[in-house]
Design a protein around this ligand. Structure first.
Ligand code: PMP
Length: 359
């Protein structure tokens, strides 16, 4: 009986490729599975893959950037033993940094907009970070969380501001890890396109650049945007930067400017489009219902975008995206009937999926 269970569990997995122990938290980041999204693929007649970044030890795609910027600062001799890492973040980079700082003996100070979910703020504090949840104001305003983080670091001794938005060690982390992993994981089938949304642009730039280089330009790289972000219109208008207006229920993505990380890929992008919140929230529920995946809204937006792109590219196309983090970080919002109502999104959930809104 037991051996039958084991055999069933092992089916489709090669245990001979499981790596040995890692040297610590930092080394445990990456090497995430690429999940074939079966139901969505069957429905579109294409192959849709999601890179399971929620499986990183800190729970999100941003663990890679956190390790990348800290290692880079150490290598350049800027970050010394016992030092302090200061960052402005929507939360996930902060969570990644808080883990890395605990594991490597640094202090961690986080500035974040107070519009972010309570789960992320609580987790950061539990991880020992000093958290400043500050009013959400535009980047141009000196009180923006990024500028506050920069100024705070300046006032401390033995401290660095990791500056995830414009520090290209972020995109480099994806160029040397996420990109090669996706390339290897799709080597046998090939990949027609990669698409994802961006916050700093690190994931899109690092993965996109690697896949373009390795495929000799054959793999298309697309950007998916939430409402209230200016990037899709910037790309589709040939470089006109609009004023930021509107908002989205997604967290950690959307941007009002071309960050230094995004600038390294923006001219090579094959296209961009916006995904409405109605589609993203519906996909949160659909991924749970059909694929058994409990994911945050940026992952859902990415998958909705991958489905849309697969339809545009035609039957048989192969499209990969990123599953950025789990829904655990947002469940008090995404699965609350009241919250959905306040956002005017209750109607976006099809009747047969409403049973999941249990909070
Ligand atoms: N999804 C979530 C949930 C995030 O927190 C972030 C980063 N803020 C992203 C996606 C976007 O990643 P990147 O910064 O690499 O563009």
């Amino acid at each position: 009986m037991l051996s039958a269970v084991r055999a069933a569990f092992r089916r489709g997995r090669s245990f001979s490729s499981v790596p040995g122990p890692t040297a610590g938290f930092t080394e445990a980041v990456g090497n995430t599975p690429l999940i074939y999204l079966k139901h969505l693929s069957e429905r579109t007649g294409s192959s849709i893959y999601g890179k399971a970044e929620f499986q990183n030890p800190g729970g999100s795609v941003k663990d890679r950037a956190a390790v990348g910027v800290v290692r880079d600062a150490e290598d350049r001799g800027e970050l010394k033993p016992g030092g302090t890492v200061v960052e402005g973040t929507a939360g996930n980079t902060g969570i990644g940094l808080a883990h890395v700082c605990r594991a490597r003996g640094y202090k961690c100070v986080i500035f974040m907009p107070n519009t972010q979910s309570q789960e992320k703020i609580d987790l950061l504090r539990m991880l020992g970070a000093e958290v400043h949840a500050v009013p959400a104001v535009a980047y141009e305003n000196p009180a923006n969380y990024n500028h506050l983080a920069r100024d705070h670091a300046k006032g401390l001794s033995n401290a660095i501001w990791t500056n995830q938005f414009d520090n290209t060690a972020n995109a480099q982390a994806h160029y040397i890890s996420t990109g090669p992993e996706i390339w290897e994981q799709t080597a046998s089938s090939g990949l027609d396109a990669f698409i994802c949304s961006t916050g700093t642009g690190g994931t899109l730039a690092g993965v996109g650049k690697y896949l373009k280089e390795k495929s000799g330009g054959k793999t298309q790289v697309w950007l998916a945007d939430p409402p209230g972000s200016v990037l899709a219109s910037y790309i589709n208008s040939g470089g006109k930067l609009a004023e930021r207006s509107g908002s989205s229920i997604t967290e950690g993505i959307g941007q009002g400017r071309i960050t230094d990380n995004l600038a390294t890929i923006v001219k090579d992008l094959d296209g961009a489009f916006t995904v409405p919140d109605e589609k993203s929230i519906e996909m949160v529920y659909e991924l749970l219902d059909t694929e058994g995946l409990y994911l945050g809204a940026s992952s859902a937006l990415n998958v909705a975008a991958a489905v849309e792109l697969a339809i545009r590219l035609g039957k048989g196309s192969k499209v990969a995206t990123v599953l950025c983090d789990g829904a655990y970080r947002y469940q008090s919002r995404l699965f609350s009937k009241k919250w959905l109502e306040t956002k005017g999104l209750e109607g976006a959930i099809p009747q047969h999926l409403k049973k999941y809104a249990v909070l």
